[in-house]
Design a protein around this ligand. Sequence first.
Ligand code: NDP
Length: 390
Amino acid sequence: MQSITILGATGSIGVSTLDVIARHPDRYRVFALTANSRVEDLAEQCIRFRPEVAVVGSALAASQLSERLKSAGLTTHVDFGEQALCDVASAAACTTVMAAIVGAAGLASTMAAAHAGKKILLANKEALVISGQLFMDAVAASGSILLPIDSEHNAIFQCLPLNYQRQPGNHGIRKIVLTASGGPFLDRDVATLDQVTPEQAIAHPNWSMGRKISVDSATMMNKGLEVIEAHWLFGAAPSQIDVVIHPQSVIHSMVSYADGSVLAQLGNPDMRTPIAHALAYPDRIESGVDSIDLTKIAQLNFRPPDYQRFPCLKLAFDALYAGGSAAAVLNAANEIAVEAFLDRQIGFRRISELIDTVLNRMPAEPVTDLDSVLAKDRSARLLASELLHH
Ligand code: NDP
């Protein structure tokens, strides 16, 4: 029986995780659920899944949740703040952590799970992008099992040799090929991109996701973050990672081998598949997702990405090649820019311009510990916020 903490339970990944868990009460029980501000959603999840602990973002939210749970007759312990997130991610009573907080806000708790040797289901790609080697070192030192939730990385994991995790190395791997849908603006006239609204940007053609990752998909920064994520997860050199646009999102990613074989994982675009895979690994369980019917899909299309249309993808590759603090700076500037776009402070094309300027003003420097990474994250946020008002 796995005892699970879901960091970010009220989000898109959190809700899909609970959907899979509910199908297998014999295998999984919920130890802790966390949210930031959506108290009512979290209360309903607590009433249904009866966790031992629930964590929210503020003292006010905690007192509202406590009231609500008490009146429903629950004894769930309610806490708030970053330390409480770290506590539920590293508690002895928890075996498995779904890391599904969005953005850098999830870094400390995901890191706490890594230090505590938990089985980590990693959705929060930003945490790995920021902390890179430090996170992978923590996983290796504690003996954590790290399983990717991002559908692309989960697909790659499934296409890698069985002994890959125990003996990382070449294994005849030529390339890791990440597929990308291209998002809602794949065929839109580039000259009109500055007129797009947040509503249009978050209307993803294939996937239903949170707001931030949806904008990242529209700029293709999401794919850029995934390139960096793939580098760390699979020990792949930047030149070994390719991106191909595949608008149907049926092939979730591929591994190309020295003998000319290309292995791909296919499925409907539903995050319950990678979630069920990682929860049950190495077993296979029912996820609620139907198998794809290839005769109905009829066509699979592919094309190379266009850096004119998607400058964020190029910025991410450049940051990966630059190494050191560059990826943390890229991520921080992106979080500020996306928030400003969602708040209608800047146009869509300004997102990449802002990140580019921040990266130019903060050249890559070596980072040796989490404090220096976090200092870079803070400086990049500050600089990006200042630039917003110029
Ligand atoms: P959502 O925005 O839907 O959910 C985010 C979750 O994090 C919510 O539970 C939210 O709480 C919580 N949260 C937000 N800010 C904070 C904070 N400051 N402190 C603590 N908790 C916080 O995001 P998604 O589920 O879409 O994405 C989560 C992660 O998974 C991201 O890193 C994303 O890149 C990754 N991912 C998502 C995919 C998807 O299909 N959605 C696919 C692959 C990866 P509240 O509800 O109270 O705001």
